[in-house]
Ligand binder design. Sequence first.
Ligand code: NDP
Length: 344
Amino acid sequence: MTNRRVLLKRRPVGEPKPTDFEVVDAPVPTPQDGEILVRTIWLSLDPYMRGRMNDVKSYAPSVELGQPMVGGTVGEVVESRDAAFRPGEFVLTYGGWQAYHIARSAGARVGPFGPIKLDPRAAPISTALGVLGMPGMTAYVGLYDLGQPKPGETVVVSAAAGAVGSVVGQLAKIRGCRTVGITSSREKCEYVLKELDFDACVSYRVPDLAAVLRDACPNGVDVYFDNVGGDVLKAVLRVVNPFARIPLCGIISQYNAAEPPPGPNLGPVLVNRVTIRGFIVSDHVDRMPQFLADCGRWVREGRLKYREDVVEGLDRAPEAFIGLLRGRNVGKMLVQVGADPSRH
Ligand code: NDP
């Protein structure tokens, strides 16, 4: 048995390239007392990983050169030196871009990444990385706790066909709001309109996004869940209502930027008394039980739908990650690293 791993070889300047990564085979590690050896089945690819490739101070440490890329994983326990876990059980861990890893369980969830046991009868285990995992919880706390949408209000969300955005729009509908998505392509708009039941969807690849948004939001914008920043935020700021709320979730439009772009015009924020609130999902772990209760139920009832965009094989993780930053994914981007015995 060897442990295939994808290491960070070089710190990218601008968009990451396949040569910034290195695929190597290493020995499979041996668990010590209190540890479990996990075979990775699903690896989550997420935009925040781009920030971890840089050598700059942030809310989480960078990946060291020569070390495996970090990431949330769902896997199967192969060997356990922890009485709380048995071989064959499924777990959510933070195993990174590798086929096997050691996790120190302690039996308790330490954040949105576990470690925690998963019950394949409750939901497909891969959902612990998407709709019922960190991205779903980001949508839940960002929209409900920070956005505070009221029935009848208009909620706009960018990267609407992605892991977080697709959940935000559906949670807004569940709350009784008018829901408008912003995304890149007609195909993605069709997905959010037809499958996810958004009320409207617009592409940001238009000469005057503010004008298009004004048509799609005849009553203005009360909550803008921002996943992208940049020009899209600038356009939405021109159509916000007084006392609008903007949960600032991500600024993916500048994750590959070598230089910080010039700042937005904040005039409308002042004039409309808008609240902009940045947040990081891991500060809201206390909301996990309520998130899982609500979203777990809505998934089972079919009110909260999700799509997974799966590539096969760890070797393809770099190319899939580069594609995620270019918007090639629809729904949650996952790598299937190994066989999933829970799916028949
Ligand atoms: P997605 O599944 O939405 O994938 C990323 C999407 O971003 C792409 O599909 C693409 O969609 C869009 N995108 C890429 N480049 C641009 C660009 N230049 N301008 C506009 N849109 C772009 O990813 P996630 O749902 O996992 O994450 C969405 C956002 O939420 C990210 O910014 C991420 O960093 C953030 N996030 C924040 C968390 C927090 O705790 N604050 C936690 C989790 C995620 P399109 O085709 O529509 O352009």
